[in-house]
Design a protein around this ligand. Sequence first.
Ligand code: MF3
Ligand code: CO
Ligand code: CO
Length: 253
Amino acid sequence: MGSGVKIPTRTAAELEGIRAAARVAAGLRKALRRLVAPGVTTMELNDFADRYMRERGAVPAQVGYRGYPYAICAAVNEVICHGMPDGRALREGDLVTLDFVVELDGWHADTAYTYAVGRVSEEAERLRKAAYAAMMKGIAQVRPGRRTGDIADAIMRTAAEGGYGVVAEFGGHGIGRRMHEPPEVPSIGKAGRGSMLKAGMVLTVEPMLTIGSPEIEIAQDGWTVSAKKGGWAAQFEHTVAVSAEGPVILTRL
Ligand code: MF3
Ligand code: CO
Ligand code: CO
């Protein structure tokens, strides 16, 4: 897996380009956190995000991506990912994952975060925390000489500790001039396998965890991915640079 696939490494100047896009993404994530509340619709959050990016000279890269129409994905409760914003209001107790890609001067940064809407159940909060921990444990493996399978292994172990499912069908990816570049960064895999990481590579780590079965179901709209058995899901994503000093999380202020 991965051998023969050319994985770009970035010069310091190129990395600055991704970093600038990532700064906008981190700022938007922070702004969205304050807006998420009972009564707010995911379309209102989408419109805010669209405006936020454009006001900063950036482009919401998801708009038009394979025909996807919106600046953000908004995944509520049992929706795992690629949920489309709509006019329904968020309700107290919901979990909502907001995922978006900022393009600035031709460079991309990708981040996602699961927010609690008002007060949520202990079960929901535990899932949210576990998904965050799984992402961070995965990110800790982002070092020269490690392989993408080491990231997956760390994610799987962290999820298993809490008894959560890990979605197999979607994972992280290289990122830079395009939203999705090599390598694939699966959330399911084996330690010591997959593409070897080198300083200068930039990739995302974005595990999706579920309560119960991680089996997916795709809606009629062709986008919305839900847990087939209806368990709630959570997902966090950062854009991370590989460096000799270890992982550098770019999508963080
Ligand atoms: N942000 C997503 C990712 O993490 C991509 C969303 S697909 C889109 O890779 F079509 F909605 F843009
Ligand atoms: Co994303
Ligand atoms: Co991504």
